[in-house]
Design a protein around this ligand. Structure first.
Ligand code: NAP
Length: 476
């Protein structure tokens, strides 16, 4: 049986306590995972602080070289890393390979960002009475970053923390989700091989709830970056005090489909957006608002396309949808669907369960206050709702307190721009599903979906301080 260890100061360390990691699809035991104590986390933070003293003085060239090397190693090991995702997250192999391609791109963007950190010169003599002074800004690293990550993109969301942090010379204590430690621990080896100095990356595994206090409030932690659920994000925000913080939280992403849309061209993409990784994606397509003139045709085609999806073993290349992350999640979603049915909703297809899986489910006749609509389902469930006017559709999108990405399909330019202006969301995606994301775009929710932005360039800003320097050119 595999026994994992903590990665502290470049050494693998055993712990007295461990927890069992099981595969979501088979329930089979994958590993005994080291359970860090608060003391272990303290040592990791102190080690990261020591490492920062020299890492902050490395050159941009040296840091970029480390990140480029990570890219090279990950390209070579891609297939093997995708198997880890299939084991510990039940991510279908095809989706795992896509995640790895994106992770590689994320580290590449980070390598490039390392060389692009610039400041500006300030026209000091524009202020009354000031002359013979120069002034400029530069971005400086913060120190130790505490990074807490979720289970659903165990490589790429870790990359969105480590990439920008290392690009600018910060050091990191990473606490991955308890269900996906193996992918994070694989990154320890990869960074070591790439030449990252010992101590710059510390990885502590164990319960987020138990380790949170130390991770979030230790005096040497200068920044907390968290991706996960809103409930946990709020708890963290209450504790951080004056530290910098980024919160990437959940949503119930919406799409508007206007009458001008060629349905046959978008159907596969919409179904993919709703059911990719069993809907366990923060921008998974959950609410589809379709103009009433095309509602019947859209729903029929969507249901037909959904029925083509293969539910099964994540290691099988043909599988589209595999297990949910935990059997408790299947029970929760079963309950939410039952509740919606009792309130008048209809199952157009799906809602078939095993202990570990939920089949791709399409709901109609839903109401805005049903849990499956107004809360984040984080499951393979989508609701299709008719509307009559674009104003009505935008109002329905904006009803939600969750707001990461939203999408609209229309070929009417003025309608597209109206939606872009009026939809309250972190991003409005025109002529594509809200599930669209590439890793250099600014990304982050508004309302209850987040605080701050990721996307390498934007994360770099959030992981640095803006320092101002001025010099008087004479002694007069
Ligand atoms: P989660 O339960 O909130 O867990 C996320 C991380 O927080 C895990 O490492 C977890 O550790 C840790 N944690 C749990 N309780 C904590 C506490 N009290 N203090 C500090 N950390 C704590 O989320 P999840 O189920 O893994 O992921 C799903 C959620 O993430 C969804 O809501 C999804 O929308 C969101 N998400 C957002 C984005 C985005 O970019 N906006 C991207 C992906 C996912 P344990 O695993 O040990 O509990």
């Amino acid at each position: 049986m595999k026994q994992t260890k903590l990665w502290i100061n470049g050494i693998w360390e055993s712990t007295n306590e461990t927890s069992k990691l099981t595969a979501p699809y088979t329930g089979e035991l994958l590993a005994n995972v080291a359970k860090a104590s608060a003391g272990d986390v303290e040592r990791a933070i102190e080690g990261a602080h020591q490492a920062f003293k020299s890492f902050k003085n490395t050159t941009a060239y040296e840091r970029a070289e480390i990140l480029y090397k990570v890219v090279e190693i990950m390209r070579e090991r891609k297939n093997e890393l995708a198997e880890i995702l299939a084991d510990e997250a039940a991510k279908p192999i095809s989706a795992g390979l896509t995640e790895l391609d994106r992770t590689i791109a994320t580290y590449q963007f980070a390598a490039e960002a390392a060389k692009q950190s610039t400041g500006e010169t300030i026209p000091m003599d524009a202020a009354p009475g000031v002359k013979d002074r120069i002034g400029y800004t530069k971005r400086v690293p913060l120190g130790v970053v505490s990074a807490i990550t979720p289970f659903n993109f165990p490589f790429n969301l870790v990359a969105h923390k480590l990439g920008p942090a290392f690009a600018v010379g910060n050091t990191v204590v990473l606490k991955p989700a308890s269900q996906t430690p193996l992918s994070a621990l694989a990154m320890a080896e990869i960074f070591k091989e790439a030449g990252l100095p010992d101590g710059a990356l510390q990885i502590v595994t164990g319960s987020g709830g138990e380790l949170s206090e130390t991770l979030v409030t230790h005096p040497l932690v200068k920044k907390v970056t968290f991706t996960g659920s809103g409930a946990v994000g709020l708890k963290i925000k209450e504790k951080v005090g004056l530290r910098k913080i980024t919160l990437e939280l959940g949503s119930n992403a919406a799409l508007i489909v206007e009458p001008s849309t060629p349905l046959e061209k978008i159907m596969k993409r919409c179904v993919g957006g709703a059911f990719g990784f069993a809907g366990q994606v923060c921008i998974s397509l959950q609410r589809i608002y379709v103009h009433s003139s095309i509602y019947e045709a859209f729903t029929k085609a969507f249901v037909e396309e959904t029925k083509k999806l293969v539910v099964g073993d994540p290691h099988n290349e043909k599988t589209d949808v595999s297990a949910m992350i935990h059997p408790d999640e299947v029970s929760r979603i079963k309950e939410w669907i039952e509740q919606a049915k009792q309130q008048g909703a209809t199952v157009a297809t799906g809602a078939e369960f095993t202990e570990r899986t939920c089949s791709p489910t399409v709901m109609t006749n839903v109401k805005s206050d049903m849990k499956i609509v107004c809360q984040e389902t984080f499951a393979p469930i989508v609701s299709i709702v008719p509307y009559d006017t674009l104003d009505e559709a935008i109002a329905l999108v904006n009803e939600s307190e969750l707001a990461l990405n939203a999408g609209i399909y229309t070929n009417v330019l003025t309608d597209a721009m109206k939606a872009a202006e009026e939809i309250e969301a972190g991003a409005v995606i025109i002529n594509d599903i809200p599930t669209f994301r590439v890793d250099n775009m600014p990304y982050g929710g508004v309302k209850m979906s987040g605080y701050g932005k990721e996307g390498i360039k934007y994360a770099v800003e959030e992981m640095t301080d803006l320092k101002f320097i001025t010099m008087k050119l004479n002694y007069e």
